[in-house]
Design a protein around this ligand. Structure first.
Ligand code: TYM
Length: 338
C-alpha cells in the first residue's frame, strides 16, 4: 500500500477590503478578524482593494494615504506577511486584465440586479460611472485569478460572490474547465453588524449619524460614548430575542470581543439595566481594540517597511495569477506572448 506521506494541499482563501478610511467595527468583526483565524488552516491571500475604491470620487493624495493606513491596519489586525500574501490590489495588474475578459462573460442584466450598485447610485447620483456598474466583475476577477476555494466576507457581499460563481461557471462551460468555483465563508456571528443609531441598518462608515458607527481606531472615550448612546428598546431585559434589534446587535458585539455565549451574557446581566450593559460592551470593545491600536501606531510609523511589504506581497501574488492569465488568454484565443 502506498505510504501517505504527502501533506494534503491547503485550500486557498482570497479576500479584500477597500481603503476608504479606518475599518469599522463591522468590517472587523464581520470579516477581517476571521481572516486572521483562517491563516492557521488555509493558504491566504489578502488585499487592500484600491481599484474598487475609485468607483466613488477620491482625492488622490488621500487615497494614497488611506491605502497605506489600511495596509497597516490589516497587518495590525493579525495578517502576517510571513504566513499569507498581503498586498495592494493595484500593484498586481492581472486583476484589471482579467476583469476585462470576465466582463465579456457577464450579462448587463446580472449587474443591474446588484443591490449595492442600486444603493451606491442613489448615494452618488452625480457620479454613476461605468466602474461602479462593473465593480462586481473586478471583484470576481480578484477571486478567480487566484482560483480561491473560499472567500470570507460579511453578509452584504454575498450577492457579489454569487455573481462571481456564476461568471466562473459560465466561463468554464464555454471554454472548458478554467476556474475554481469559490464558496463564501460567512462567520456564524457578526456577519451583519448593525448601526448603533438605527439597528435595522448595516453599520457603515457612510452612516449620517457619526454615533452609529464605531471605527477600530476610535479612542476609549469615543467608544464608550458611542455605546452609551446606542439605540435599544423600551424594555429592560438583556436577552437575544426577535424584535430586540439594538440589544441583539450589542450582544453580538459583546460576544464577539469576549468570547461569551448569549446564555452567559444573559446570566451576567440578569437584573441589571441597559445602562450597565452598554458600558460593559463599550469597555470590552475598547479593551479588545487597545493592542491592535498600539500595533497600528507602531506600523504606521514605518512607511519603508509597509511599502516593501506590500510590494513583496504583490510580487508573490503576480506569480500566482500569471499562470491563470496565461491559461485564460489561451482559452479565449489570444495570440501567444513572446
Ligand atoms: P468592504 O470594503 O465594503 O468591506 C470589507 C469587509 O467587511 C464586511 N462588512 C461587514 N461585515 C459585517 N457587518 C458590517 N456592518 C459590515 N460592513 C462591511 C464586508 O462584507 C467585507 O467582507 N467589494 C468588497 C471588497 C472586495 C472583495 C474582493 C471582498 C474587493 N474584492 C474579493 C472579497 C473578495 C468591499 O467593498 O468590502
Amino acid at each position: 500500500m502506498a505510504e501517505q506521506t504527502t501533506e494534503q494541499k491547503k485550500q486557498r482563501i482570497f479576500s479584500a477590503i477597500q481603503p476608504t478610511g479606518v475599518f469599522t467595527l463591522g468590517n472587523y468583526i464581520g470579516a477581517v478578524r476571521n481572516w486572521d483565524k483562517l491563516q492557521e488552516q488555509y493558504e491566504c491571500i489578502y488585499a487592500i482593494a484600491d481599484l474598487h475604491a475609485i468607483t466613488v470620487m477620491q482625492e488622490p493624495a488621500k487615497l494614497r494615504q488611506n491605502t497605506m493606513r489600511a495596509f497597516a491596519l490589516m497587518l495590525a489586525c493579525g495578517m502576517d506577511p510571513e504566513r499569507s500574501i498581503t498586498f495592494v490590489q493595484s500593484l498586481n495588474p492581472h486583476h484589471a486584465e482579467l476583469s476585462w475578459v470576465l466582463s465579456c462573460s457577464t450579462m448587463f442584466g446580472e449587474l443591474s440586479r446588484m443591490t449595492q450598485f442600486k444603493d451606491k447610485s442613489r448615494r452618488h447620483s452625480d457620479n454613476i460611472n461605468a466602474g461602479l456598474f462593473t465593480y462586481p466583475v473586478l471583484m470576481a476577477a480578484d477571486i478567480l485569478a487566484y482560483n480561491a476555494d473560499l472567500v470570507p466576507i460579511g453578509a452584504d457581499q454575498k450577492q457579489h460572490l454569487e455573481l462571481a460563481r456564476n461568471i466562473a461557471q459560465r466561463f468554464n462551460q464555454r471554454y472548458g474547465d478554467t476556474f475554481t468555483v469559490p464558496d463564501c465563508y460567512i462567520a456564524p456571528q457578526g456577519a451583519r453588524l448593525m448601526s448603533l443609531q438605527d439597528p435595522t441598518k448595516k453599520m457603515s462608515k457612510s452612516d449620517e449619524n457619526a454615533n452609529g458607527c464605531v471605527f477600530i481606531l476610535d479612542d476609549k472615550d469615543t467608544i464608550l460614548r458611542k455605546f452609551k448612546r446606542a439605540v435599544t428598546d423600551s424594555e429592560t431585559e438583556v436577552c437575544f430575542r426577535e424584535g430586540k434589534d439594538g440589544i441583539n446587535n450589542l450582544m453580538t458585539i459583546y460576544s464577539a470581543v469576549t468570547g461569551k455565549t448569549f446564555a452567559e451574557i444573559e446570566a451576567e446581566f440578569a437584573g441589571k439595566g441597559y445602562g450597565d450593559f452598554k458600558t460593559a460592551v463599550g469597555e470590552a470593545v475598547a479593551d479588545h481594540l487597545a493592542p491592535l491600536q498600539a500595533e497600528y501606531n507602531r506600523l504606521i510609523a514605518d512607511k519603508a517597511y509597509l511599502t516593501a511589504c506590500m510590494n513583496n506581497g504583490a510580487e508573490q501574488a503576480f506569480r500566482l495569477t500569471r499562470r491563470t492569465l496565461q491559461k485564460v488568454y489561451r482559452k479565449v484565443g489570444f495570440v501567444d506572448r513572446k
